[in-house]
Design a protein around this ligand. Structure first.
Ligand code: FAD
Length: 472
């Protein structure tokens, strides 16, 4: 049954649509090097109809063939890795990468799932518009993956998560039917919001093949500052002040600990400390608006003057050019790369209320001290209350030994703390396989049974991304 199904799939997508499994080796390893997968076949359909035919064949093959969708394979939770070499195929969307339409009056873009995020940025800019979701992986991650993980990034504060930036989707249901929903309407109250089911579902309820994305006007001016702050609480104070003074113009507010900056300075070529002396905490803040550069700058400078007076800011620089701005952002965006070059880290992706971030940082450090030695790299989207509270092994200990040993208890302590404070153990990276047990542990029985009911209703054979999010 399986062999016959695979033969039919090969026929449905043609020669171009099948990648020899040996050549697909990089697609079978996850971004973080935590998982090495195996698949019966690696399939790359070129159109929505081909994709639908593949899923239909998988659904019809006896007990079913598992379909593991994959975009840019930059996900942090192993969600895009297939694990069964007999019963699962890897479905790469990378050939389906067309920008189908930009409607500059409606301010929308209709794009296929395999389009790389940075190419979506470029296409929007060509029309004087902007797709505001931006993150360190944007040169590789694809729209289908971004929507399926409900990615966040560095501008959530102003524009929201991926979920807030989608007006419609086209998706393949687990039975191979196509849900056409690319209307691009800002108002449409016609029954259940079906697109929401697929956003953040990590490929477990169907395959997203295209989407209508919301675009926004490009701001006329932008100000970016790298500020040294004495404490995380002071960072929250600066953010609050700037929000009071400039309203919705605050786009990003990123927290960076000295330890994270030092990793970048040591491991990423061409970087330098923007300030003359070290400080324990930094805030990278960006404000953008429709007014002139000078006017926006005056607003920002006034807020910073009051931050200096109140002792919330110890030092700082305002970018004077686009190049300087890129340099400041590089310090933030390269932290994951620097962690990797330093030997790797055990990553965390927690969120609490913005107002509770200082308390979380404080209590987390105390919890960890009780657990044993480790080195910290703490950074993240302060404006969203989302921290990457990453742990590095102590000097002389290999990451694998640390991860298999004391880091387990440390992770549990950090997740318990976040949840105890009313927060989340997974703010933006999702569940995949990595945090499946955590979902079982922290989600309420009602939430879990509702998720399972949805999964069973849509995917009774369990062929869509088996074993991810909810387990089999
Ligand atoms: C340097 C770096 C920085 C990052 N920064 C951020 C950040 O700031 N914010 C953030 O949220 N994440 C961040 N990430 C994580 C990651 O880039 C995002 O989760 C991204 O959205 C994943 O997109 P992808 O195309 O690589 O998806 P993949 O890794 O290929 O897949 C992710 C999940 O989506 C499913 N999927 C993929 N495509 C489809 C589809 N077409 N239909 C249905 N399911 C599908 C997969 O099965 C899998 O479960 C970062 C990663 C890196 C490496």
């Amino acid at each position: 049954m399986i062999a016959e199904g695979l033969r039919q799939i090969a026929g449905a997508v043609g020669e171009q649509g099948v990648m020899p499994v040996e050549a697909a080796e990089p697609l079978l390893r996850d971004e973080r090097g935590l998982y090495r997968g195996r698949a019966a076949m690696v399939v790359r359909p070129g159109t929505t109809r081909e994709c639908a035919r593949v899923v239909k064949i998988c659904a019809g093959a006896g007990a079913g063939i598992g379909v593991v969708p994959q975009g840019g394979n930059t996900g942090y939770c192993g969600g895009a890795t297939p694990f069964d070499p007999d019963r699962q195929i890897l479905l790469s969307l990378s050939r389906m990468n067309r920008i189908r339409e930009v409607d500059s009056v409606n301010q929308t873009m209709t794009v296929e799932a395999g389009a790389v995020l940075s190419s979506v940025h470029t296409a929007a800019e060509e029309h004087g518009l902007m797709f505001p979701l931006s993150m360190g992986s944007e040169g590789s991650c694809q729209i289908g993956g971004v929507l399926s993980t409900n990615a966040g990034g560095i501008a959530v504060l102003r524009y929201g998560n991926a979920r807030d930036l989608v007006l419609g989707i086209e998706a393949i249901l687990p039975n191979g039917e196509i849900l056409f929903g690319l209307k691009g309407l800002r108002k449409d109250n016609t029954g259940y919001d079906l697109k929401s089911l697929f956003l953040g579902a990590e490929g477990t309820l169907g395959v997203i093949t295209a989407a209508v994305l919301k675009l926004v006007p490009q701001p006329k001016s932008r100000q970016t500052a790298w500020l040294a702050v004495p404490t995380p609480a002071a960072a929250c104070g600066v953010l609050r002040q700037l929000q009071r003074d400039s309203g919705e113009r605050v786009v990003s507010a990123e927290y960076i600990s000295r330890e994270s900056l030092e990793l970048v300075l040591e491991f990423v070529a061409g970087t330098r400390d923007p300030l003359d002396r070290p400080f324990p905490h930094y805030l990278l803040i960006e404000v953008a608006g429709g007014e002139s550069r000078q006017r926006l700058r005056r607003t920002v400078e006034a807020a910073f003057d009051s931050g200096l007076e109140q002792g919330h800011i110890a030092d700082g620089v305002l970018a004077e050019s686009g190049r300087q701005r890129d340099g400041l952002w590089r310090l933030r965006e390269c932290i994951p790369e620097a962690e990797r070059h330093s030997g790797g880290s055990v990553k965390h992706d927690i969120s609490v209320r913005v107002s509770a971030v200082p308390q979380f940082i404080d209590e987390a450090q105390r919890c960890l001290e009780a657990q044993g030695p480790c080195r910290l790299s703490v950074f993240g989207h302060l404006g969203d209350g989302n921290l990457h509270f990453n742990l590095r092994p102590p000097p002389g200990t290999a990451l694998a030994d640390f991860a298999a040993g004391p880091a387990g208890g440390m992770t549990a302590a950090l997740h318990d703390l976040a949840v105890r404070m009313g927060g989340s153990f997974s703010a933006e990276h999702g569940i995949g396989v990595l945090k499946r047990d955590e979902l079982e542990r922290y989600a309420s029985p009602v939430a879990l049974s509702t998720m399972r009911a949805l999964k069973t209703a849509l995917d009774p054979k369990g062929i869509m991304n088996p074993g991810k999010v909810l387990g089999e």
